[in-house]
Design a protein around this ligand. Structure first.
Ligand SMILES: Cc1cc2nc3c(=O)[nH]c(=O)nc-3n(C[C@H](O)[C@H](O)[C@H](O)COP(=O)(O)OP(=O)(O)OC[C@H]3O[C@@H](n4cnc5c(N)ncnc54)[C@H](O)[C@@H]3O)c2cc1C
Length: 418
């Protein structure tokens, strides 16, 4: 692990006021990618506000939940990825004042900036599902949306010998709400179904989504419906999980097409895709959308990633108000656009690069099978690998997900090289 002396900047003490040319909130996928690219382009005087001493490669958690990877393979020390010369303020941002060009942290440090990049990701709103938070990790109830709980999913899949395995997808149509990697709640359903098939277990798999379709892009939706048929997965649309009873093992759904009506489903194991939204300090800041579908997310031009009211503020990743699926693959395309446009603004010019909404969801559909769903703002497939049909389940794409993408993430993307 690098020490502060090795990264070349002194730590900040509480209640101090510091000033940096560029301040980045969040040292996850987006924050580190931007910091690495900025320093490669010769920008110095950069600070990252990031509370966690660990950095997670979250896409691996689906494979952890399916027993294909170990949770420990998804985590490394954050210090290894703070670029040399960048100051790491290991604290939570709690307030953004864009008028004063100031970010305040939980321990009272005041961080002044000339330019701000906002990338603190999203938070899970467990309170939207009555009884869920206190049940997680017990009674067959889990989620892959957490480092600690993804191994529990695998434990519960193995323990389910018969009965019902239930998988849920939250209501992302509600303004201000989302779920990162919207494919992840169904990926684990396919993996579980394949596991039960391989082990000849009479388990009924149910996938219940608050939405109306399996997937927003019709070309991929058709493929995924076929996969559900193959596994005999029962798909319930317009079912929003609102409560969990861990003792009776009953999940309660609000029926979106029958207002006021609910339905109970008994389960043996339950995997929950949590409703998520922007962190509170973002939602309450003037840089957030104040209304509309993206309420609470950072208000940025969906192509230039610049805030329309405060041109020295940019955002990327899950916390940004971008109408595309929130993935690391999307961040990989956003980061160079943001860095280019930020550098231009720093030099008194207008942004001139545009992000087209590209995102990619590698949908594991069984052990050794994957459909690589790539698309953009127009919800049209945008395949990036020539000559192969990524709409079909493929073994080579599975290998890419299991080995290629994690390697690329740690060694290229976080180093500002991809
Ligand atoms: C189960 C699962 C499966 C996924 N599968 C895929 C996949 O297959 N492919 C894919 O491309 N993507 C996938 N993703 C999504 C991907 O991980 C995210 O979209 C990506 O990490 C977003 O990057 P980000 O920088 O916006 O947020 P993050 O990487 O989450 O980073 C946010 C950072 O901000 C920090 N932070 C939080 N609050 C504060 C604060 N108050 N002050 C300062 N810092 C703060 C956090 O500690 C964190 O380090 C998956 C995610 C999950 C959970």
């Amino acid at each position: 692990m690098q020490t502060y002396a090795e990264v070349g900047v002194a730590p900040v003490s509480a209640r101090e006021t510091v000033r940096h040319r560029v301040v980045i909130i969040g040292g996850g996928t987006g924050g580190i990618a931007v910091a690495a690219q900025l320093t490669r382009k010769g920008v110095h005087d950069v600070a990252i506000i990031e509370p966690s001493s660990k950095h997670y490669y979250q896409p691996l958690w689906t494979l952890v939940g399916a027993g294909v990877a170990k949770a420990e393979q998804s985590v490394r020390d954050e210090a290894r990825f703070i670029p040399k010369g960048v100051r790491w303020i290991q604290d939570h941002a709690v307030e953004i004042d864009p008028e004063k060009q100031l970010v305040c942290t939980r321990s009272g440090t005041r961080v002044q900036y000339d330019f701000l990049v906002v990338a603190p990701g999203v938070v899970s709103e467990w309170s939207k599902i009555q009884g869920a938070e206190e049940s997680l990790g017990k009674n067959g109830i889990s989620t892959n949306y957490s480092y600690e709980l993804a191994p529990k999913t695998w434990e519960f899949i193995q323990q389910t010998k018969e009965g019902v395995a239930l998988f849920t997808m939250p209501n992302t149509a509600e303004p201000g709400y989302t779920i990162k990697c919207g494919g992840a709640p169904q990926k684990i359903a396919y993996m579980a179904a394949d596991y039960f098939r391989i082990h000849n277990r009479p388990v009924k798999v149910i996938y219940a989504t608050a939405g109306g379709v399996m997937f927003a892009v019709p070309e991929f939706c058709q493929v995924l419906e076929g996969i559900c048929e193959r596994y005999h997965i029962e798909v319930l649309t317009k079912h929003e999980l609102v409560a969990v009873d861990p003792i009776r093992k009953v999940a309660t759904f609000a029926l979106k097409d029958k207002p006021g009506e609910t339905r109970e489903i008994q389960f043996d194991m339950l995997h929950i895709g949590p409703p998520q939204r922007a962190p509170q300090f973002v939602r309450e800041s003037p840089i957030a959308h104040q209304e509309g579908q993206m309420i609470g997310f950072v208000n940025v031009d969906i192509h230039t990633l610049q805030n329309p009211n405060y041109p020295n503020v940019f955002a990327l990743g899950d916390a940004a108000g971008l109408p595309t699926s929130r993935t690391g693959a999307a961040v990989r395309k956003q980061a160079p656009v943001l860095v280019n446009n930020l550098l231009r603004v720093m030099n008194g010019k207008e942004p001139n690069k545009r992000y087209d909404g590209y995102t990619a969801c590698p949908i594991v559909t069984g052990y050794g099978r994957l459909v690589l769903a790539e698309f953009d703002y127009s919800n049209k497939p945008t395949p990036s690998i020539p000559f192969i049909n990524t709409c079909k389940e493929r073994f080579d794409m599975w290998l890419l997900k299991r080995y290629g993408l994690p390697w690329m993430y740690w060694n290229l993307m976080l180093r500002g090289l991809a």
